[in-house]
Ligand binder design. Structure first.
Ligand SMILES: [Zn+2]
Length: 448
């Protein structure tokens, strides 16, 4: 039957088979057939990089979210099966199995359409959003871990307060804040965050994995990259939030220290936001081997935001961050999916320029569109015999292909900080007194 453009058609696709066992979950995905510590069955699925077509037929591209999803999962008793959205009903079958019927009515990325099954216990709690709405927190936890559950929920509430403060209301408050204990490390499965960090908290009692995966409810599930080439918007923004949480807990010095520590692992081999379409493995791991994790979309993406914060100042930066999450106050009210957006890197450029009143394309070109870092060349000329000027400092940005880069830098001398503006990638400064320190706090991402 021929169909015309715009005509609706309902299509039933029947499929069956044995799903692939995940070779290296959650990075190289598929099914996990595991056992809990006491020997019960523990089933899990993670398939972000490979795509949900490992599990079911779909248009497997980040730009194509499912408008709504129903999952009907039948498992042997006493296993409990859970997924994204809300539990509509549980049907006890006569053959010693139960069917769990789940429904998600917010648009959802196909790689979030997964389930977990184990003899889970459910810990339910509530959280009051900054909007005043109360939302459920549901944590599906193994019986062996049950005693640790309350501690993780207490942490989760702190993360909710942090994200709502900086980005706006939790986007899925009409659904739930969902966490499920998994045999793999973790994944941002919307409204049912996979948590496999085994309750390993740091000295502050913080669980970095839960903070990170939960944050993806904003940077992945609320704000979704429209192509893999823009996935730094998921991982870079989220990594920035991971470090910002240090400032939230301990103040600016702790944030600066944590950010500078990120610099060690940068590869600088491929652009963070390439212009050509990519597949998942190309952005999460470096070509051509796809085995050695690249990771620049995480840490280098976060550092780019850090440098942007320095350039445009806190007020404009935090406005831009919030507007990237929710462009308007009106959108903060929605919970039915209208608050979700597909975005690309240029969308953030537009927002950052609007909030700062500055032209920023040169900054995005340098740090996101090509892989090499600018290098600050410093020449010092000591002056003899002049009682006032003791040193002339010449600064110049050495950039790939002579790209324009008028990035200011801080110099500190005599206990004072001065921001040195650049012109044609250069600046000259006269220094009085003690010898200067250049960008001592590490605000600007540059070649070391
Ligand atoms: Zn992540």
């Amino acid at each position: 039957m021929t169909k015309q453009v715009g005509e609706m058609a309902a299509i039933t696709v029947a499929y069956s088979g044995v799903p692939r066992v995940a070779p290296m979950p959650p990075w190289i995905g598929g099914f996990m057939w595991k056992k809990t510590p006491s020997g019960a069955d523990w089933i899990s699925v993670a398939l972000q990089n490979d795509g949900a077509d490992l599990l079911f037929p779909c248009k497997d591209h980040p730009s194509d979210k499912a408008a709504n999803v129903q999952m009907h999962i039948t498992v042997p008793d006493p296993l409990n099966a859970n997924g994204p959205g809300k539990l509509v009903s549980t049907v006890k079958n006569k053959n010693g199995t139960s069917t769990y019927n789940w429904e998600m009515n917010n648009p959802i990325s196909t790689y979030s359409i997964v389930f977990n099954a184990a003899p889970y216990k459910l810990i339910s709690d509530k959280y009051k959003s900054i909007t005043g709405e109360t939302m459920p927190i549901d944590f599906y936890i193994l019986p062996e871990s049950y005693d640790k559950g309350a501690g993780l929920i207490a942490e989760q509430k702190k993360y909710l307060a942090f994200y709502e403060k900086y980005l706006g209301p939790f986007p899925f408050r009409a659904v739930k804040v969902g966490i499920v204990e998994t045999p793999h490390l973790g994944m941002e499965h919307s409204t049912n965050i996979a948590y496999g960090n085994q309750f390993k908290y740091d000295k502050d009692g913080m669980d970095w994995l839960l903070l990170h995966e939960f944050g993806h409810e904003y940077w992945a599930n609320l704000v979704t990259a429209s192509d893999w080439r823009d996935f730094w918007i998921h991982e870079g923004f989220q990594s920035y939030m991971d470090t910002l949480y240090q400032e939230h807990l301990h103040g600016k010095d702790a944030y600066m220290k944590a950010m500078v520590a990120r610099q060690k692992g940068f590869k600088n081999k491929q652009p963070i936001a390439p212009r050509e379409p990519k597949i998942a493995y190309q952005v999460y791991m470096s070509e051509p081997d796809y085995v050695n994790s690249d990771g620049d979309i995480y840490g280098k993406g976060a550092y780019f935001l850090h440098t942007l914060r320095y350039l445009i100042g806190d007020k404009a930066f935090f406005n831009a961050l919030r507007h990237m999450a929710y462009p308007t106050k009106e959108m903060e009210k929605f919970t039915d999916g209208r608050q979700e957006r597909l975005v690309n890197t240029d969308d953030f450029l537009t927002i950052a320029e609007a909030d700062s009143g500055m032209e920023l394309d040169w900054l995005f070109e340098m740090y996101l569109r090509q892989p090499k870092l600018p290098k600050l060349i410093v020449n010092r000329k000591l002056i003899d015999g002049d009682r006032d000027v003791s040193e002339i400092l010449s600064l110049e940005w050495e950039t790939p292909n002579n790209m324009p880069f008028n990035m200011p830098v801080d110099i500190v001398y005599d206990g004072k900080t001065q921001r040195v503006e650049m012109r044609d990638n250069k600046a000259t400064v006269s220094i009085f007194g003690s010898s200067p320190k250049i960008d001592p706090d590490g605000w600007v991402l540059k070649a070391q």
